[in-house]
Design a protein around this ligand. Structure first.
Ligand code: MRU
Length: 351
């Protein structure tokens, strides 16, 4: 029995460095990677050992700590300079999730505030990284409450896309946090999850998380979502986000936009759960969000196996943008923005 449905964590700081659950290997293998340099942390983010916007930000923050530890034998100024260079490398790891840049900005401010010695610098950076991690989990619990409160008592079943769960955050999850809270409140009985080509975050990660936490999950190919909605089987789509623009446009895993269009067509509500660290008021609209293009091999094959006909090429954007007009609610740790627009976004961010 798992009464809280909240048992998964993927990021651990220990005395000897950072440990990440290797998400490329789930669900077949539960292995942890031990990382002790910013270069290794940047590679882990780039190679999808850790993924999901808030988790990328938290991991990068700990990556800055590993950098200070690695360079502590240098003079104080030289150590700081090397950490600044490593922060630039970490910032190059993935382009879309704003949480990465948000976390690195916080770590940079922290670095700039220390003028004493390497020991104080390491302690200050570690404290800041831990705070980012703890506050993310706390934000997810708040979002869980706000998001679940939007669902009717008989929501019965919801649909989610990609993995916006404990694995994608410090813990509990954004979209899956709402789902965990709503399941605990007996508002939903069933979760449908898109398998999410090409990385299969739905099939490998969301399904694993929900099974581990004893929440019933049914997988479907993305192409089956329209039929699911046409049959009236879901009342809400609940997703996370990698970056929300100032006007409420939402970047999330490729395929989210299609779901939003389908949801509107079928009278299904569409919720985005994301902490305010995912909201980028400096990016005016979704058109201004940089969309990561990934290796075509991810689409031409499945895992390491080639599927596509020889000679075919592929288009592989990792994210798409859902216009604010298709979003019924954005849920953050501060509350709910219904039918988001620029004025509501500004008001929310000033709370
Ligand atoms: O490519 P990924 O796996 O990093 O993409 C993750 C997503 O799109 C998630 O939905 C998003 O980061 C929100 S995570 C709480």
């Amino acid at each position: 029995m798992n009464p809280l449905h909240d048992s998964i964590r993927a990021i651990f700081w220990k005395e000897d460095g950072l440990y990440l659950l290797d998400q490329r290997k789930l669900p077949q293998q539960k292995t942890q990677l031990h990382l002790t340099s910013a270069m290794a942390v940047a590679a882990a983010i780039r190679d999808m050992v850790v993924r999901g916007a808030p988790a990328i930000g938290i991991t990068a923050a700990y990556g800055v700590v590993t950098s200070a530890l690695e360079h502590q034998s240098l003079s104080f100024d030289a150590c700081k300079q090397r950490v600044i260079e490593d922060i630039a490398v970490l910032a190059e790891s993935r382009p879309t999730a704003i949480n990465l840049f948000w976390a690195l900005d916080k770590m940079t401010s922290c670095l700039e505030s220390v003028h004493s010695n390497q020991h104080d610098l390491i302690q200050a950076l570690l404290q800041q990284a831990r705070l980012i991690h703890e506050e993310d989990i706390a934000a997810n619990y708040k979002m869980g409450e706000y998001g679940a409160s939007l669902l009717p008592a008989d929501a019965a079943a919801v649909l989610t896309h990609c993995n916006a769960g404990a694995l994608a955050t410090g813990g509990y999850g954004t979209a899956l946090g709402v789902i965990r809270s709503a399941y605990r409140a007996a508002k939903i009985k069933q979760v449908f999850a898109d398998e999410t080509r090409p990385w299969m975050q739905g099939a490998r990660l969301t399904a694993w998380e929900l099974v581990e936490d004893e929440i019933p999950v049914t997988l479907l190919c993305e192409g089956a979502a329209a039929s699911l909605m046409a049959q009236g089987k879901v009342s809400w789509v609940i997703v996370g986000s990698d970056r929300i623009a100032a006007n409420g446009d939402v970047a999330n895993k490729i395929g989210t936009y299609s779901l939003a269009i389908l949801a509107r067509h079928h009278g299904v509500k569409f919720m985005v759960a994301a902490p305010t660290s995912t909201i980028d008021m400096h990016t005016a609209t979704g058109n201004d969000i940089p969309i990561e293009q990934r290796d075509v091999e991810e689409v031409l094959g499945c895992g390491s196996e080639r599927i596509a006909a020889d000679g075919a090429t592929a288009w592989n954007p990792a994210f798409d943008v859902t216009p604010a007009g298709l979003v019924d609610a954005i849920v953050t740790e501060k509350g709910v923005i219904e039918k988001p627009d620029i004025d509501k976004m500004k008001m929310h961010m000033s709370l």
